[in-house]
Design a protein around this ligand. Structure first.
Ligand code: IMP
Length: 437
């Protein structure tokens, strides 16, 4: 990273999605990685997706933090992650084929929950049964894995060390889930002995990576190391604070860091919210600023808005400052990064949602019910477009004046300076404005 593009965010940094996911967190994490000692994932599973290009070869990482590409960085998956051994080991194999040392630089929490084939079968069967009311999950088994965790019948990584106990637990959990799979969903049962044999082989690769992540982070923190917590999905997909039930099943917001890694909340120096210059969402659920017209289609096309895990088209719409203010409070965001500014280049005017109308009332906050959020009408402020190319611009003062005005208007509405602005997919396509904090 060039010296002048460095940004000082302190020692312990969280990078979180401020909208419905896919905000471009991966690029920002990549940019910050040269100055880091460790990267930690604390929630989610292989529903997340981050595409990397290493020596011209494309790799989609779902579980392993992209920090793995930087030999000096230690990577961790905290207790809040749900780990599919199949997905994880195939990612490890793919990276190792490219000559990347994964096994010495990646540690897994002893307390993380395993996401097993019955979770995937349940997720798929349920979505099918819901029909039009489906949540639009990634069908990766995320919800059922977190359900088992909360129901205290989950299997954790450390359970792989006790074979007798594991066999018994698997039998109990499959007695329960196979009944649901066969009797309620009329689909195939999962064979307990077959799964046990698979886990027996997989544990040889998994157990050597096991650690007490919290204890490791405590050591790193005491040594003054730089640690980044990489969020997956976005604030409004949070199981508690998102647009329930159209959410993922983990806490994607800042509170999830402490719960999902054991790193206490007062240790954090910076919580940076990543937000697109517009909004997208994939899957079902309310989306007040959604544009189903040509403008939405143009944003989708220019922004390549297709899911990196499922390939599904993303829904697109204007920037929602009402939702964003909520996300900032929810997460204690004290730094902001605006991504994909260049996608808005061709528009003659650009919308910013500053309030909602609901039943004749103007709201400057999110209604508490998802059903009400689905009924709100956005109130827009339209800013003049800039109609010229901002792709790859690296200095704020080199942006067209209308683009600067758009950003400054967002800063006024949000009450915080925007420290970083992304103008293209490459690391170099970034404007860094040192924070005034
Ligand atoms: P699940 O996480 O597979 O259970 O899916 C629940 C909801 O979260 C669905 O609307 C998904 O589209 C959405 N979702 C899950 N992971 C991501 C992601 O990485 N980016 C954006 N949306 C996601």
């Amino acid at each position: 990273m060039r010296e002048e593009s460095k940004i000082n965010l302190g020692k312990n940094i969280a990078i979180l999605g401020a909208q419905w996911g896919d905000e471009g967190k991966g690029k920002i994490v990549d940019m910050l990685t040269p100055d880091l000692d460790a990267v930690v994932r604390f929630q989610g599973g292989h529903n997340a997706g981050h595409t990397l290009v290493v020596d011209g070869k494309k790799t989609v990482l779902r579980l392993i933090p992209s920090g793995i590409l930087h030999p000096h960085v230690q990577c961790y998956l905290g207790n809040g992650v749900v780990l599919s051994p199949d997905a994880f080991l195939s990612e490890v194999a793919e990276l190792e084929q490219q000559g990347i040392d994964v096994r010495h630089r990646l540690k897994l929490s002893h307390a993380l929950h395993l996401l097993l084939p019955y979770h995937i079968a349940l997720d798929q069967a349920r979505e099918l049964k819901l029909g039009h009311a489906a949540i639009g999950t990634t069908k990766r088994g995320i919800g059922p894995a977190y359900e088992d965790k909360a129901a205290r019948r989950g299997i954790r990584l450390a359970d792989l060390a006790d074979l007798d106990g594991l066999q018994q637990r698997l039998k109990t959990v499959l007695d329960y889930h196979n009944f649901v799979l066969t009797q309620y969903h009329q689909t195939s049962a999962i064979d307990v002995d077959e799964l046990f044999d698979v886990l027996l082989a997989q544990r040889e690769a998994l157990l050597p990576l096991m650690t007490d992540v919290t204890a490791d982070l405590q050591v790193l923190a005491s040594q003054g190391k730089h640690i980044l917590f990489e969020g997956a999905q976005g604030s409004f997909l949070d199981v508690d604070h998102g647009t329930y039930p159209y959410v993922t099943s983990s806490n994607t917001t800042a509170g999830g860091i402490a719960c999902g890694s054991g790193f206490g909340p007062l240790m954090m120096d910076t919580v940076m919210g990543i937000m697109k210059a517009y909004t997208t969402r994939v899957g079902s659920g309310p989306f007040p600023t959604e544009l189903t017209d040509d403008i939405g289609a143009t944003i989708a096309k220019r922004g390549h808005e297709f899911g990196s895990v499922t390939g599904r088209p993303r829904r697109c719409g204007w920037f929602d400052a009402v939702a964003m203010k909520r996300a900032m409070f929810l997460n204690s965001m004290n730094a902001l990064c605006l991504t994909k500014l260049d996608v808005l280049d061709p528009f003659t005017e650009i919308g910013i949602c500053t309030a909602y109308q609901l039943d004749g009332k103007t709201l400057d906050y999110l209604p508490h019910s998802t059903a009400e959020l689905a009924r709100v009408q956005p109130v827009y402020e339209f800013m003049p477009g800039w109609g010229s190319d901002t792709f790859g611009i690296t200095r704020f003062d080199a942006l067209p004046s209308a683009a600067r005005q758009f950003i400054e208007r967002l800063e006024t509405l949000l009450g915080l300076t925007i420290d970083m602005i992304s103008t293209g997919p490459g690391r170099e396509h970034t404007i860094v404005r040192q924070s005034t904090r």
